[in-house]
Write a protein that binds this ligand. Structure first.
Ligand code: MRU
Length: 363
């Protein structure tokens, strides 16, 4: 193994976003609210702890939430005392519905929970011990498949980076928003997968340059994306959200890669608040704008973006969080939606594990 490969392997070893605890009795996550200052792992043992961790963004990013929910259901199913299938299923369903109410936008959460439930129902005639075993193995499959899917997203995105490098003769400038990185998935991230695959294929961290929007108000770009990319040795620059236009005007951005919480059947896509603004800017400057997401992010039941529920979050995230003193008048009214919808017509393409999908979109 060459030194570069070792470095990226060590990085993925260090940052494992979600796993099963060693005793198999908890979901073990990096508490992302403490990053970048502290890498602390915590165990989530109860349904309330799992709910709280998703709600408070200790674990976040659509695919990572799906994996957390899947492991969570396996762990919690072991605690169900009922041995008769119908009683067991009733208790299971109550827990699953509770976990599913922790975050409304990310469809991967519902997708993972429904996949776990399908597994449970397929084992209906087996003893409870075997059902529980089956749930653990399904959760492991969901995790492993996430790694594979993001690897394929990375392979397809890497081809676009190669084209830019060949055409311009310089390191591609990539803009990303929020965190759709390793911290949001089981390994490569979605929007970051092309860059991590580039490292695995022998590019150096200086062969590309990633510009991270800081992503107000929760600063996922600053705290998480800038952290993980620089840890991986990739040339990384951080800018405030309102600087993206200036960056694009200065010719520094060749391509935009962002993640996604939910894609509607017509291609409208909900992602972290501010994403639609980036897409509008990219259109203005003629810069390709790609959504990187696994197929499980596509919600074929929702016709267009108007059907996607967007959570509103606490005004304090805008008024005072992160500051030593409040930075806005006390009780000033605040508009704080967690996500926005980018209309399909602003999207150059979707990069999924099946390849690049270009307009017209119809999922
Ligand atoms: O609220 P967050 O931090 O979970 O928001 C995350 C995003 O918006 C990501 O882009 C999305 O979940 C996709 S993660 C691969």
């Amino acid at each position: 193994m060459n030194l570069k490969m070792k470095k990226i392997d060590d990085f993925f070893e260090k940052i494992i976003t979600v796993k099963l605890s060693d005793d198999g009795k908890a979901v073990n996550i990096i508490d992302q609210t403490l990053l970048p200052n502290e890498i602390k792992r915590i165990d989530l043992r109860t349904k309330e702890e799992i709910f709280e961790a998703i709600k408070k963004l200790r674990v976040r990013g659509a695919p990572a939430i799906g994996v957390t929910a899947a492991y969570g259901m396996a762990v919690l199913s072991r605690g169900i005392k009922e041995k008769d299938f119908d009683d067991f299923y009733k208790k299971y369903k109550e827990i699953s519905e509770y976990i599913s109410s922790s975050r409304p936008t990310a469809v991967n959460l519902f997708w993972a929970l429904s996949r776990m439930e399908d597994k449970l129902l397929s084992l209906k005639d087996k003893p409870v011990d075997e059902i529980v075993k089956g749930l653990f193995s399904e959760a492991e499959d969901i995790r492993n498949e996430d790694v594979e899917k993001s690897r394929w997203i990375g392979e397809a995105g890497f081809e676009l980076l190669k084209e830019i490098r060949e055409k311009t003769g310089r390191a591609p400038g990539i803009l990303t928003h929020c965190n759709a990185g390793t911290l949001a998935t089981a390994k490569y991230g979605t929007a970051t997968a092309p860059m991590y695959i580039a490292l695995e294929k022998g590019w150096s961290g200086q062969d590309m340059h990633v510009y991270c929007d800081e992503t107000r108000p929760l600063l996922q770009g600053a705290r998480l994306t800038a952290f993980e990319l620089s840890e991986a040795g990739i040339d990384t620059t951080l800018q405030c959200d309102n600087m993206a236009s200036a960056l694009m005007a200065a010719g520094k951005i060749d391509i935009v890669f962002v993640g996604c919480d939910r894609v509607a059947a017509n291609g409208d896509s909900a992602n972290k608040i501010g994403t639609s603004g980036v897409a509008i800017l990219a259109k203005h400057y003629g810069i390709p704008f790609y959504i990187c997401a696994p197929d499980s992010t596509i919600d074929r039941e929702t016709k267009d973006g108007s059907g996607i529920e967007i959570a509103m979050r606490s005004p304090d995230e805008v008024r005072e969080m992160w500051y030593e003193k409040p930075m806005a008048p006390e009780n000033i009214s605040v508009y704080n939606p967690a996500f926005d919808v980018t209309p399909a017509e602003l999207i150059t393409g979707f990069i999924t594990e099946k390849g690049v999908v270009t307009p017209p979109f119809g999922f």
